[in-house]
Design a protein around this ligand. Structure first.
Ligand code: SF4
Length: 347
């Protein structure tokens, strides 16, 4: 730690004169003047050195079902110790965790407790979790804490997962690949207009991340799309999005279609009608995705996993709880078809 109590940041470089630095963690690649913050508001240039301001400011720490991330094909039925700090590199108007992600941006302050990686990993083990999830906001903006926890967690036999907007640079993905086992990437829409207007970001880097993770890493990946009525739910857009997943990441990547509820600055819209979600589900299946799930629709049959070959029920879910798991040796017990995922078997 520096004298100021700050943690020196990873993945940045000095840039030209005047003590400017270039952050290389996410696709914004902020060029930051001395004394200024990056777009995420939690990385600061102090005298030509980039620091993380949120390393020792944990704002949330809870054991959650891994299904809540959502990760349905990653150690199903287990719990994941879920941590977050403040800050985000997106500005989604409908953010469901805006009190965590956007508060540092709105108020200029960064709240949180100084909980060490050792304490976090101990708490995860003590609460019976199998993994640590870096979640509730974009974990890339607290990468230093993720890395220190992640390495320690691996030593203790735990896995690590990100719930992410997919805006990392390749350098950041390579940096995390050593200890990161799984990731859920939000693919929020399939239009640049949506990303720039509603999230203050771009679509292209997210598509690059998804393809890169699928082809160049061993991480398990699932994808989530929040369906916002009238914004990203046209037949044409969802078809292109689903086809992108199939062709660039593969039909085995689970796709979570999530129901929108008005939040934060986006309060005039209506919750996603069920028929729009069901239409998206059919588009995903027709595109060739083997595992499509509807989220925020309690009681839906589409919360459970079925064999894409013979239709047998494989993992039954009620909400975030797994009520039955019939997977044996990562295969369907009836037809033997391989079920994609990470440590899937039922006990
Ligand atoms: S992590 Fe923050 S400072 Fe770094 S490029 Fe992204 S928004 Fe900018």
């Amino acid at each position: 730690m520096a004298d100021e109590g700050l943690k020196k940041a990873v993945l940045w470089e000095a840039s030209g004169e005047d003590k400017r630095v270039r952050c290389k963690l996410c696709a914004h690649r902020c060029l930051i003047d001395d004394g200024k913050l990056g777009f995420c508001r939690v990385r600061k240039n102090v005298g030509g050195v980039l620091y993380s301001l949120n390393y020792d400011k944990v704002i949330s720490a809870n054991p959650d079902p891994i299904e809540k991330k959502p990760l349905f094909h990653f150690q199903p039925g287990s719990r994941s110790f879920s941590i977050a700090t403040m800050g985000c590199n997106f500005r989604c108007e409908f953010c469901q965790n805006w009190q965590i992600s956007q508060a540092a941006i709105e108020t200029g302050g960064i709240d949180g407790e100084p909980i060490s990686p050792e304490t976090i990993v101990k708490a995860a083990v003590r609460s019976g979790c199998k993994s640590i999830a870096y979640t509730y906001t974009e974990p890339t903006v607290f990468m230093e804490l993720c890395a220190d926890c992640g390495r320690l967690a691996k030593e203790k036999g735990l896995t690590n997962v990100f719930v992410s907007n997919g805006y990392q640079t390749r350098e950041a993905i390579d940096f995390a690949a050593e200890w990161l086992d799984g990731i859920n990437v939000d693919l929020k829409a399939f239009s640049e207009d949506y990303y720039s207007r509603l999230c203050k970001a771009n679509l292209a880097p997210v598509l690059e991340t998804i393809e890169y993770i699928a082809k160049q890493t061993d991480m398990w990946m699932e994808i989530t799309t929040l369906i916002v009525p009238g914004e990203n739910d046209s037949q044409d857009e969802l078809k292109k999005l689903a086809e992108f997943i199939v062709t660039k990441a593969g039909g085995d990547v689970p796709w979570h279609i999530s129901r929108f509820h008005p939040q934060y600055k986006y309060l005039d819209a209506v919750p996603t009608p069920l028929e729009n979600l069901e239409r998206a589900y059919e588009i995903g299946k027709s595109a060739g995705l083997h595992y499509v799930y509807l989220g925020n629709v309690p009681g839906s049959r589409t919360e459970s996993t079925f064999c894409y070959n013979c239709g047998r029920l494989l993992i039954e879910r009620i909400g975030y709880e797994v009520s039955a798991n019939y997977v044996k040796d990562s295969r369907c017990p009836d037809c033997g078809t391989k079920v994609a995922g990470f440590e899937l078997d039922g006990k």
